[in-house]
Write a protein that binds this ligand. Structure first.
Ligand code: 13P
Ligand code: SF4
Length: 349
């Protein structure tokens, strides 16, 4: 486990991280992207970290891949590329850097390592897991294959390398329906998210059978809560992630991946929007969309929130937190992820 006192004492002996309004003022371009959600004193605290990270990135030839659920100072302050799981996986194959810092959760870093074994992939906190990835092992995949002989296994990218290696192809929230529909079988096994699978089944021509995993963030939302909110504020557009239950998805005006949600809000610019997903999403886009009033039901992902500026600086400084995947397993897992990327590109997704 990461020893936070060691992190702090190491950083204190190499960097001046004293809050600095002067430094903060000199970085007003970056601050302008988040000044509606980050207060000036907070920015004065973050600015020395942001500067140290951005300087060190150049020295290490590193890039930071930031998931849409990162907090605004990480999302806007230090990430070179931001996006949903599919976009970050594709980016990992394209970036020229020697080092990738994954500002996201462990399965995303593993995916980057699987796709770019020659690069050093750093995870700021190895304990940043995911309830979905933890819900299934390769034995679970084999159990499903034994139950539904001949059915292909489509595993959500929110899985470990071992599960990806045991699957036929991966999917993400932005391509799940199209990937399932493209399978050459009437029955398709989806792991590990039961709700994503049920939502896909509602849109697909296939019989979808699934593993009973769930996301601890999205499963908390209820259709009753959303209906009550809409009754109180009929103008609101409700936008959900497909890891929510089918009841919740049925109440939504739009359902999509984290980047799909951001695009929908940009394209439609509703006067009021409720993002039925992780808290940071609304914060990250509210500066770009001042005309949209966001209702912020806030279910936080405790795993994503393990990533902080100080941990990013620490791993870049020490080069600790390197993600390794057994080469044989990585080769098998790569096939599943590459099949997904190739099929997504072919389908124009
Ligand atoms: P996206 O692929 O939509 O970014 O989702 C990842 C995730 O973990 C959502 O909970
Ligand atoms: Fe996993 Fe849910 Fe957190 Fe996404 S929000 S990383 S699916 S626990």
């Amino acid at each position: 486990m990461l020893d936070i006192s060691l992190v702090r004492s190491t950083l204190a002996s190499h960097y001046d991280l004293t809050p600095s309004p002067e430094l903060a003022a000199s970085m007003s371009d970056l601050y302008g992207r988040m000044d509606r959600v980050v207060s000036p004193p907070e920015w004065a605290i973050y600015a020395p970290y942001v500067k140290a990270i951005n300087d060190l990135k150049k020295k290490r030839n590193a890039v930071i891949l930031g998931h849409n659920y990162m907090t605004p100072e990480i999302f806007h302050g230090v990430s070179d590329f931001v996006g949903d799981s599919l976009q970050l996986a594709i980016k990992a194959t394209e970036v020229e850097a020697d080092v990738i810092v994954q500002a996201g959760v462990h399965f995303m870093a593993e995916t980057s390592k699987i796709l770019s074994p020659e690069k050093t992939v750093l995870m700021p906190d190895m304990a940043a897991g995911c309830s979905l990835a933890e819900s299934i092992t390769a034995e679970g995949v084999e159990e499903m294959r034994a139950k539904y002989p001949g059915a292909p296994v489509v595993s959500y990218v929110n899985t470990t390398a071992e599960v990806k290696a045991a699957s036929d192809i991966c999917c993400t929230s932005s391509n799940a329906v199209q990937i399932v529909d493209a399978m050459d079988s009437d029955t398709v096994i989806m792991t590990p998210d039961q709700f994503l699978a049920q939502n896909v089944a509602n849109l697909s021509k296939k019989k979808v059978v699934f593993w009973p995993g769930s996301c601890i963030v999205h499963e908390l939302y209820t259709a009753d809560d959303l209906r009550a909110y809409r009754e109180l504020d009929p103008e609101v557009k409700i936008i959900a992630h497909p890891e929510c239950t089918p009841d919740v998805v049925a109440e939504a005006d739009f359902t999509g991946s984290t980047s799909g949600i951001i695009k929908w809000v940009h394209d439609h610019k509703p006067s009021k929007a409720m993002l039925v997903t992780e808290c940071s999403m609304a914060s990250n886009i509210s500066d770009e969309l001042p005309e949209v009033e966001f209702a912020k039901p806030c279910n936080m992902c405790p795993y994503m929130k393990k990533i902080s500026l100080e941990k990013i600086l620490y791993v870049l400084h020490t080069m600790e937190g390197q993600v390794e995947v057994d080469p044989d397993m990585a080769a098998k897992a790569r096939l599943s992820v590459e099949r997904m990327i190739d099929l997504s590109k072919k389908l124009g997704l």
